[in-house]
Design a protein around this ligand. Structure first.
Ligand code: CA
Length: 370
């Protein structure tokens, strides 16, 4: 466009503004930049986890940073570790009551409120991280889970996964089922229930109480997370046998539980931004664990830790009891049955697929680097 044509075009456009300036009635938005300012909102997030679990707590911080960045700081989420606003296991109540807008937690902590909430996180012999994400995000799982949360005035978003956990630290070798008899082990939740049925004396201890109990010998074994988190608590200094896999947590998915009233008041753009930030924080958490665990495992091995698989008889007995437990629940409760059936089908299909290419590659390639 040459200069003369440009000036003519500009003058024609400017005419509208000039007419307004000369007293014509002003239309909505006319003469002003078409920018709608979104409201400034501050939410509080109460986590069930301490800062020390930095990969997990860090995911909530990543989510909050992303939300602030995408809203030019207008939507802020303040993150509080367990105990600062409410104790870790009261997070869901705090969200339901609106004390905080978001709870950052694992839904299996709340099976006392509804046993089917476990499927939002994981159940023993359940799905791996990728399989759980596929079922939640693309297989109808999240919709079913949100149906359960609606009874508590809550909606939920996946918040990251640790990947398959380790089976934990044992002061002596466990060569088979008989070695579990009378063993005193710290293991919470449904895994603890199954271990109890296998003859183990189950103890539930908070994170900070585990090391002293193991050191004093009040417990013989404990589970926690995986090499990166376990090494920080120093379990390898008082127990040298490190077993795998943590069949009770093959792919635990954490959650952002959001108060529904607060959620419904958010502008639609903030809702989308929150969902995107939640999803990104989940991806960051998984990548961090997948990067940090291999290094931590290498360091633990260099300190003389022995890593050992649970024996086949333990695995087979634990699997049988775990799946029976889920069937029992489903028979007793039609609402549980509904979500269980969806999960069970997803598990069957996913296992068949993952047993082909993924497994064949892993079985061939991974052990060659041991
Ligand atoms: Ca664990």
């Amino acid at each position: 466009m040459d200069r003369r044509k440009f000036l003519t075009a500009t003058a024609a456009t400017a005419g509208v503004g000039l007419a307004s300036a000369c007293g014509a009635p002003k239309g909505v938005g006319e003469g002003a930049p078409a920018v709608v300012t979104q409201p400034s909102i501050t939410w509080r997030l109460a986590s069930s986890f301490p800062r020390g679990l930095d990969t997990i707590f860090g995911a909530a911080e990543v989510m909050a940073e992303r939300v602030a960045a995408m809203t030019d700081g207008r939507f802020r989420i303040r993150t509080y570790p367990a105990g600062e606003i409410v104790p870790g296991l009261q997070v869901m109540d705090a969200v339901q009551q609106g004390t905080v807008q978001i709870g950052h937690t694992a839904s299996y902590y709340f099976i006392g409120k509804n046993p089917a909430l476990a499927f939002d996180a994981c159940v023993p012999f359940g799905l791996t991280s990728r399989q759980q994400a596929a079922w939640l995000m693309e297989g109808g799982g999240l919709e079913l889970v949100r149906g359960l949360f609606a009874d508590f005035n809550i909606t939920s978003f996946p918040a990251g996964n640790t990947g398959a956990q380790m089976g934990g630290w044992f002061k002596r070798q466990i060569n088979g089922l008989s070695d579990l008899q009378g063993l005193r082990m710290r293991i919470p939740g449904l895994g603890g229930e199954v271990m109890n049925r296998l003859g183990t004396t189950v103890q539930v201890l908070a994170g900070s109480d585990i090391y002293p109990a193991l050191e004093r010998g009040t417990i013989d074994a404990t589970e926690w997370v995986g090499p990166y988190d376990d090494a920080k608590l120093g379990f390898h200094k008082v127990a040298k046998y490190y077993y795998y896999p943590g069949w009770w947590e093959p792919g635990p998915s954490l959650s952002y539980q959001v108060n529904l009233d607060a959620w419904n008041k958010l502008p639609a753009s903030y809702q989308t931004i929150f969902a995107v930030a939640a999803s990104d924080s989940a991806a960051v958490m998984q990548s961090r664990y997948d990067q940090r665990n291999p290094q931590a495992l290498r360091d633990l091995l260099s300190e003389g830790v022995q890593i050992l698989p649970f024996s086949d008889d333990i695995m087979v007995a634990a699997e049988g009891l775990s799946l029976d437990m889920l069937e029992e629940q489903a028979q007793a409760d039609p609402a549980y049955r509904k979500i269980y059936d969806s999960w069970k089908k997803a598990r069957k299909d996913a296992y068949r697929w993952f047993a082909t290419a993924e497994l064949a590659y892993a079985k061939f390639a991974f052990p060659r680097s041991m």
